[in-house]
Structure formats: C-alpha cells, structure tokens
Write a protein that binds this ligand. Sequence first.
Ligand code: KG4
Ligand code: ZN
Length: 344
Amino acid sequence: MKVLGIETSCDETGVAIYDTEQGLIANQLYTQIALHADYGGVVPELASRDHIRKTTPLIQSALKEANLAADEIDGIAYTAGPGLVGALLVGSTIARSLAYAWNVPAVGVHHMEGHLLAPMLEQPENRPHFPFIALLVSGGHTQLVKVDGIGKYEVMGESIDDAAGETFDKTAKLLGLDYPGGAALSRLAEKGTAGRFVFPKPMTDRPGLDFSFSGLKTAAANTINQSIKAEGELTEQTKADIAHAFQTAVVETLAIKCKRALKETGYKSLVIAGGVSANKQLRQGLAELMSELGGHVFYPAPQFCTDNGAMIAYIGALRLQNGEHSDLAIDVKPRWAMTDLPAI
Ligand code: KG4
Ligand code: ZN
C-alpha cells in the first residue's frame, strides 16, 4: 500500500510517500522559518497562506521523487491535529479533496502520534519494541507517555506551563538568537563553561512526572540582567555559559523524570522524539541514563525529529491498513488528546 502523507500543523509543509512494502519512497519538506523570523514566532495567518502555496507543488515533487503516477497512490494521510487551526485546515482540505478525486481513502493523523512513532522509520535494528516510555519534546508539547502498543497510550506526565522547545526558543531570544533558537542555543552551549552558572531543576524535588519550565526562562532572564549589570554588554563567552547552564538544567530535569517513569513501569526502552530530541546533550544524557539502568534509548534521525510528512504517511499507512478512514467532512482538531486514539 502506498500512502501519501501531508503535514501542515505549524510552520513546516511536509509531504512524503510511505510504501508498506518498500518503506519511505519520497520525502519533501519546506520550512517557513525565514517567513516568521522577523516576528520572533509563528504568525498563524502567514503560516496558512504559505501552506496553500507550497502543499500542491510538494505533492507533485513527491510523486516525481517516487516515480509514481497519481493513480498509484492507495490512500492519503493528513495531520488533523493538534496544531494551528488554519494551517491544519489547509492540509486536510487538500488531502480530503485529492482523496475524493482519486477515489482513495483518507485518514486524519494525530501529529504527536507521528512524532512518537517516528523512530519506526529507522532501520529495523534501531526501532524500539513495545512497550516503552516515550519522552515527547517539541515546540508545543512536553509529555512522558507509557506506550504499550499503537494507540495504547497513557500520559504519565506533562508540562503545566511552557513546552521544552518553547523554553529553548524564549531563552534563545533573551540571548539575542533568531527564532526558533533551540538549535542555535544548543550550538552556543557547546562553547560554554560548565558550572559557572547553575540553574534550578524545576519540580524535581517533589514526586510526580509533570514538568514546569517557565521558571527556568525567568532564571535565565535574571542571570542575563545581573551579568549585564556586572560586565556591561554580554560577551560571547558569558552567553555561552548561560546557554550551557540552561541546557544542563533542562536535560537533567528531563532525565530525572524519565528515570522515574522507567522505574515506575519497569520498562527498559526509552524513545525520545519531537524537535528537541535533536539536541545532542539531551541524547547523550539519556543514553547515559539508559546504560546506568541497563536499557536502550531510541530516537528518530535528525530530519524526522522536527516536523515532517514521513511520520504522517507512516501512521496513515498503519491506520488505513487497520480499516480506519475519515468521512468526507473536513474536520480538524486543534486540541486532541492522544489517549483518545483507537488501539491497533
Ligand atoms: O517538533 P517540532 O519541529 O515542532 C512542533 O511540533 O512543535 O519542534 C520544534 C522545536 C522548536 O522549539 C525548536 O527550537 C526545537 O524544537 N529544537 C531544538 C533543537 N532543534 C529543534 N531544541 C533544542 N536543541 C535542538 N538541537
Ligand atoms: Zn511537531
């Protein structure tokens, strides 16, 4: 079965084709980052308009990449939520209309289920086996999920305020880095001196698996202000030292909560996914944790950590094979609990 996947939930237009026999056979991505950079964040209306411009040409490029004609596509998957309503409506309208015209089934996919199962796009030896604990860390979500199978999800903990990626981006902005600054902050942190600044590890001193990151951003803001008072304009080294302290606090906080979730369940596999899972220090910290616990950590290839169409095409193929499909109504879910998904 060959499934076309369309992702338009935020600021990336992703189109891919997943073949249940050959695996991923096309993967096209257009990122709107430059479009939103001047505004310091995603402008929803601009995002929707750009998805309108880019989705159809990317579908044509994906078909060309896979050397397929339109009538060789057996189904269409699209991100139905969560995400920006206007952006979701673009992808779902195009997907639904094409499926009607091509007379194939369409299925709405949950964006976070896409992230969660993105490591399944790796080579067989690098794919996790059920059950596992998943740490989902993106620009909009921070969740610890107990995963017992496809669609068998239990959210064990989540952020009560900012998401991990959002905190990276806000702190990066305070340090004068362009939006979205997560990756740039992490590169800066590599030049930082460990221990010059130490930031708190929020909510690790009490039981439970929820996260809170807004205080860390405040700690960074205070340190920046004190450093400006002490040394005038911040030197590159001071910025790097602050980035290092911030990143260390985030990574250690996430690792403490992962350890708790693994101990509570007795599970030995950990998956990290979502944009922040591209972070090298986080990957290293969690690899150390898993070797201490005698388990394994799994993550997607860097291009499948951030938003992409491949993860949507993959989940779409699984769900279409399971007989699921959406009706003709164009229905998106800007808010959608992953626990509402049917099990396969
Ligand atoms: O999953 P994603 O592409 O989009 C959402 O669904 O939100 O995640 C984007 C987030 C942004 O906040 C971005 O700054 C962050 O992932 N990110 C990183 C890194 N690469 C991307 N954060 C920290 N370190 C990185 N290397
Ligand atoms: Zn995402």
